[in-house]
Design a binder for this molecule. Structure first.
Ligand code: NAD
Length: 489
């Protein structure tokens, strides 16, 4: 960037011990809908992580000794402050990530505020266990205590939503945290830091260190005074984090990628199923770990489904994310756009048919967005199960539709990938819905709906989609250390 440009750039600072601190070097951050550098993110490393961990350690004794009610009130206040600034947060998230302003306004930011409100409430309602052994004259009970400094690492697809889904339970339980958001989407985390003091979060309870995974992330994972790491991101990074934390026997929660099937039986209500499956395939540009990317349709309704599904997909408007009528914004980066496009090319080379979107329909974006990372929602048919498009996580606006004949066959094919995060099943037959849901290797199964969540219940994946679950009880268990105490009377 030139001198003139750099003056207009937004420059973020780390938030350590309740203070914003500049960093000695910075990373450029792009606006995905224009392709311009618009922000500079601290390129933190060992030194910054060290300072943040120290601040978190220093804050731990006071924060962990507060009552759940005191912490709950602070979390609620933080939720109020985020809600108060909802529009500013939504604008920032849309600009930073490329997602539509509508999605940021209705999903990302409301959920970020709700994460604090939800754990502010749930922390008040946990009970521990107690058993009696009259013959021995003993009573046993469990007690739970915060673990210490939690390391929290989050991805770029739902930036503030996923970061707060970790910060809220961690601090509600009495831990202090060092968080590292994705270097590609750091702005809303920085904005949240500005609200912490007003909410009453004491200095050092929430520290945010910005930077890359290779530098800041690795320093955090390798730090001996960070006994637990909650990570959401790709399976490949999770493997690296597991290796790095193994010498310290750290507690890990890993929320990873997916290759989520939708299974559509011939008795499905297509008027509900089609718009929902278009949404589950393309919401947030397909950049949600829970997005559908393999659609199995029973043969009797296959051609009708395809026709209606493509027609519905074509109604989705791609363009400037700040236009509230747009459904598909920009992908996160130039490299990611190339990667997603390449999957479509590979499918074509293998003989699959691209029914709409990439390479088939014209993409028209406004003049100011010509250098943005846009791609039309793309539907591919006649893809082989072993094709990379049916096996690997694409994480973009691409979905594959294939036909199946029997229940037995489709369960096997749906389970035939390394991932196991979520699945949807569409059928009017209640017995079938239960049978299929039980047999799918998937941490979440939605039948006749998608993305309806009760935060009380476990969220997470099987197989390469992760280890551990998050939710009211699960997050409480992860972010606390349990002790069994026996009293003889
Ligand atoms: P990523 O793994 O590249 O990065 C995630 C985070 O890890 C970033 O903050 C990154 O800087 C950091 N990181 C990278 N290398 C690291 C290292 N060696 N040590 C420590 N930290 C490191 O993932 P991404 O591309 O940002 O996100 C997309 C992925 O996240 C997809 O696979 C998606 O499915 C997954 N995801 C999963 C869930 C879920 O809940 N299961 C939710 C959203 C996204």
């Amino acid at each position: 960037p030139t001198m003139a440009d750099s003056q207009a750039l937004l420059v973020l600072e780390n938030f350590i011990g309740g203070k914003f601190v500049p960093c000695s070097s910075y990373i450029d951050s792009y606006n995905p809908s224009t392709g311009d550098v618009y922000c500079r993110v601290p390129d933190s490393g060992k030194e910054e992580v060290e300072a943040a961990v120290k601040a978190a350690k220093d804050a731990f004794p006071i924060w962990s000794s507060k009552s759940p009610l005191e912490r709950s009130q602070i979390l609620n206040k933080l939720a109020d402050l985020i809600e108060h600034d909802l529009e500013a947060f939504a604008q920032a998230e849309s600009k930073d990530q490329g997602k539509t302003i509508t999605f940021a306004r209705t999903v990302d930011i409301p959920r970020a505020a709700h994460n604090f409100r939800f754990f502010a409430s749930s922390i008040l309602h946990h009970v521990t266990e107690c058993t009696e052994m009259p013959a021995m004259g003993c009573v046993h009970y469990t007690s739970r205590a915060p673990v210490g400094v939690a390391g929290l690492i989050s991805p770029w697809n739902l930036p503030l939503y996923l970061l707060t889904w970790k910060i809220a339970p961690a601090i509600a339980c009495g831990n202090t945290v060092v968080a590292k958001p994705s270097e590609m989407t750091s702005v809303t985390a920085w904005m949240m830091c500005k609200l912490l003091e007003k909410a009453g979060v004491p200095p050092g309870v929430v520290n945010v260190v910005f930077g890359t995974g290779a530098k800041a992330g690795e320093a955090l994972v390798g730090h001996p005074d960070v006994p637990l790491i909650s990570f959401t991101g790709s399976t490949l990074t999770a493997q690296r984090i597991t290796e790095r934390s193994a010498p310290h026997c750290k507690r890990l929660s890993l929320e990873l990628g997916g290759k989520n099937p939708a299974i559509i039986f011939d008795d499905a209500d297509l008027s509900q199923c089609i718009p929902t499956t278009v949404r589950s395939s393309f919401a947030n540009q397909g950049e949600i770990c829970l997005c559908t990317s393999r659609i199995f349709v029973q043969r009797g309704i296959y051609s009708e489904f395809l026709k209606r599904f493509v027609a519905e997909t074509k109604k989705w408007k791609t363009g400037n994310p700040s236009d509230p009528t747009v459904n598909v914004g920009a992908l996160i980066s130039k490299e990611h756009l190339e990667k997603v496009r390449n999957y479509v090319k590979k499918a074509q080379a293998e003989g699959a048919r691209v029914l709409c979107g990439e390479g088939v329909d014209p993409l028209a974006v406004p003049p100011g967005n010509q250098k943005g990372y846009f791609m039309l929602p793309t539907v591919i048919a006649e893809v082989k199960d072993e094709s990379c498009c049916m096996q690997e996580e694409i994480f973009g606006p691409v979905t594959c539709v294939v036909a199946f004949d029997t229940e037995e066959e489709v369960i096997k094919r749906a389970n035939g990938v390394k991932y196991g995060l979520s699945a949807t099943v569409w059928s009017g037959n209640v017995g079938r819905v239960h049978r299929v849901a039980h047999r799918l290797q998937s941490g979440l199964v939605w039948t006749n709906c998608w993305l309806v969540r009760d935060l009380n219940l476990p969220f997470g994946g099987m197989k390469a989609s992760g280890i551990g679950r998050e939710g009211a009880k699960d997050s409480y268990e992860f972010f606390t250390e349990v002790k069994t105490i026996t009293i003889k009377h």
